[in-house]
Ligand binder design. Structure first.
Ligand SMILES: [Zn+2]
Length: 287
């Protein structure tokens, strides 16, 4: 499943390619992917994208001279965007295999956008949980309001973060995965963050000290920024929009490292389940 750094990577890549190209035609192969909106194509024809924004893992496409409607996209489990022009295909989200781009539109293409200059943008989604849908400004504001602050935001409020933790009784891992509290931290990056901060994933959030809370906030920000710089992780299924594989996997210290020595103290990394998710930690370094 693409996490925030992967989604941000897709955003940055599409940003350089799709802006200001005029939409000539839109083909919807799976109505569910556009929220069963039979006006979807009609609404977009003649329009151009002016900007792509993101909150958590939700992509918000702005349209030129259009303040009332937006295009919202979520990759969910297996969503991908591929942009095609004379220079080739670039794309990303869920891991791209050569088969994904062999033929576009392909078997898993749910929506295709054709631009007047001959280039095109495809939304592929194998499992079909993702979407691209038209949303009003009010709906966008509502969606934004459902997300907590982002660790990579310049104005991340560590004090608020610490205070909120004090009110949560769930395991710290579950709390950090809650997007209404902190936006964009997924399974991989929560495990990595807690390792760097030295906090055990099972610890009750309200028992986390102020110092540890600060360490968590700082570690999550650094890890996410680093992951975005290198294009995210790839295993399971991610490639960036150039089809290149991200390589944050090279920097992972505990995720997927069960039964191998901790990079700090050599204790074997343990894998357990917390909040229904595979969770990795060092029993010695993380208290
Ligand atoms: Zn250790």
């Amino acid at each position: 499943m693409p996490e925030l750094p992967e989604v941000e990577t897709v955003r940055l890549q599409l940003l350089h390619r799709i802006l200001n190209r005029r939409i000539k035609r839109v083909e919807v192969f799976k109505p569910k992917s556009v929220a069963d909106n039979n006006q979807f194509a009609k609404t977009l024809i003649g329009k151009s994208f002016s900007h792509i924004d993101r909150i958590g893992k939700l992509l918000i496409f702005h349209l030129v001279k259009e303040k009332k409607i937006f295009l919202l996209a979520h990759l969910k489990m297996t969503g991908q965007f591929f942009f095609h022009d004379l220079t080739g295909i670039s794309g990303g989200g869920h891991t791209a295999t050569p088969n994904d781009t062999l033929k576009l539109p392909g078997k898993h293409t749910r929506v295709a956008f054709y631009f007047t200059d001959g280039s095109s943008l495809y939304f592929n989604d194998l499992r079909g949980f993702g979407y691209v849908k038209i949303a009003t400004a009010k709906e966008v504001a509502g969606a934004k309001a459902r997300f907590g602050q982002e660790p990579i935001a310049d104005d991340f409020d560590t004090e608020l973060f610490t205070l909120t933790l004090k009110r949560k009784r769930a395991p710290i891992k579950a709390v950090l995965l809650d997007q209404t509290f902190v936006a964009g931290l997924g399974n991989i990056y929560v495990d990595e963050t807690l390792f760097v901060a030295g906090v055990r994933p099972t610890r009750q959030a309200n028992k986390v000290t102020e110092k540890e809370a600060c360490a968590i906030a700082q570690a999550s920000s650094e890890i996410m920024k680093k992951a975005i710089t290198v294009g995210g992780t790839t295993f399971q299924h991610f490639a960036d929009t150039k089809g290149a594989r991200g390589n944050y996997t090279n920097y992972l210290q505990v995720f997927g490292k069960q039964n191998t020595p901790c990079p700090r103290c050599q204790t074997l990394i343990k894998k357990i389940r917390v909040a229904g998710r595979g969770t990795h930690f060092c029993p010695t370094c993380q208290k």
